[in-house]
Write a protein that binds this ligand. Structure first.
Ligand code: NAP
Length: 427
């Protein structure tokens, strides 16, 4: 009997779990998967990116749990590749390594004044309301009446929704408690969403736009002059939805989401923090007063020592998931193709990578070093690794605490507390 193919998967978000599922389903290869995540909690953007009012999207974790239950799967939570172990160690200890760590850096639009206090990336705001340990201490000025969101993607709409939707609706979600508390006291009345191009080029999708128009207590404001003449391609129905919004009347007392198209930010101005945003529209400059500016203009991956990186695209250099010149090293998901697509897009992306990996395995091109396996094992023993059973304890704990206050879960946001809770099953 030949030894199983030992594969490390770095990152436990959708692309990591879809890669693991593909690996464990290979009919002709016996595979073990060790999945690493720097957090003790799995699921990446499903836990820390998907908006709390989208529980259906989050239910994909049930599919991932099935993969985690398979023979040959191991989870190593609370182990950061690049800090606790490096890429060379992994490459030596495993026959193959699949990097699927996503794109963690929020981009900024790139104009003078964008470093003023009060400017934030959507990555920080989304991480904050979803309880990601890295962003829990962030401070968003919700004592102002207007916020500006830059960008016309689905993340921009998520942010606008979170800032305006009724807190009573948020109470029924797994939004982080600190964010729920802050939003309960928020004075934001208007969110202006800036699209630098016209609505026909907007990246957001129809269901998300429709959802915006259905929010209780929120008017969506659109200037009919921004809409292209009828007759253009509206196969996705977004333009007719926007035309409908443009005809609606304001409801006294409602909050507002203003979708401003053809409007490009040129400078953030303020004495100590941002006070107003200068924008260009129709060849003229205008000021929008705002004490909170969120840049929702996309994400970028982070460079990892030991892997070739394309700085412009923010991805690891690869061809169909294979990292050229680095035998046995592969990528999947946003770190492979850039930050685009929905969760399901990662399934086909992972399949392509694992097909390439399997072809290399069949050709005998993959190999690990037994001594390196032993030294990695010793290193991991020294860390407080959280395995999938440990995560299950955290999961049950969060749900039980949530139940007390009628919420689906209350997330633990501190890594040390996550580790401590995960160890309770041992007691
Ligand atoms: P995105 O879809 O790529 O949108 C980025 C937006 O930022 C675009 O409108 C882009 O405008 C704009 N932008 C870029 N640079 C800019 C600049 N310098 N100044 C002004 N605007 C600028 O990215 P995203 O919203 O971060 O979403 C990432 C992926 O996650 C997308 O595929 C999205 O659909 C997905 N997602 C899905 C959901 C959902 O299914 N509910 C929720 C959240 C995210 P241009 O087009 O003019 O470049």
């Amino acid at each position: 009997m030949t030894a199983p193919l030992r594969v490390a998967v770095v990152g436990s978000g959708p692309s990591g779990f879809y890669s693991a599922a593909e690996l464990l389903a290979l009919p002709d290869l016996d595979v073990t998967v060790d999945m690493f995540d720097r957090l003790p909690t799995p699921f990446g953007l499903v836990r820390a990116g998907v908006a709390p009012d989208h529980p259906k999207i989050k239910s994909v974790t049930r599919v991932f749990e099935k993969t985690a239950a398979k023979t040959g799967f191991n989870f190593y939570g609370n182990v950061e590749v690049g800090r606790d172990v490096d890429a060379e160690e992994l490459a030596a200890a495993y026959d193959a390594v699949v990097y699927a760590q996503g794109a963690d850096r929020g981009r900024r639009a790139g104009f003078p004044g964008e470093q003023l206090v009060g400017n934030h990336t959507a990555a920080a705001f989304v991480g904050w309301y979803n309880g990601h340990p890295d962003y829990c201490g962030a401070d968003f000025n919700l004592a102002v009446t207007r916020a500006v969101v830059i960008g016309n993607g689905n993340v921009a709409l998520d942010v606008a929704r979170m800032l305006t939707m009724p807190v009573t609706a948020l109470e029924a979600t797994d939004i982080a408690s600190h964010a729920l508390h802050a939003l309960r006291h928020s004075r934001i009345e208007e969110v202006v969403v800036l699209g630098r191009r016209g609505p026909e080029h907007a990246a957001f999708t129809a269901p998300e736009l429709e959802e915006l128009g259905a929010l209780d207590g929120v008017d969506v404001v659109v200037d009919a002059a921004d809409l292209p003449d009828a007759g253009g391609d509206d196969s996705r129905g977004k333009l007719s939805m926007l035309a409908d919004f443009a005809m609606r009347h304001a409801t006294p007392g409602n909050k507002r989401i203003v979708l401003a198209f053809h409007t490009r930010p040129i400078e953030a101005v303020g004495a100590r923090g941002v006070e107003r945003l200068r924008v260009q529209r129709d060849g003229k400059q205008h000021n929008i007063s705002a004490g909170l500016v969120i840049h929702a203009v996309g994400y970028a991956g982070s460079r990892l020592a030991g892997l070739p990186f394309d700085d412009r695209r923010g991805v690891v250099c690869n061809e169909r998931g294979r990292v050229l010149g680095y035998p046995g090293v592969y990528v999947a998901g946003w770190i492979k193709r850039g930050p685009n697509g929905v969760i399901g897009t990662n399934k086909a992306c992972a399949r392509e990578t694992i097909e390439v990996l399997a072809a290399d395995a069949r050709a005998g091109a993959l190999a690990s070093v037994p001594a390196a396996q032993e030294s990695l094992r010793r290193k991991l023993v020294e860390r407080e690794v959280v395995d999938f059973g440990g995560w299950t304890v955290i999961d049950e704990h969060e749900r039980a605490v949530g139940q007390v206050s009628g919420r689906p879960r209350i997330k633990i946001t501190d890594v040390a507390e996550m580790v401590a809770v995960s160890q309770r099953r041992l007691g």
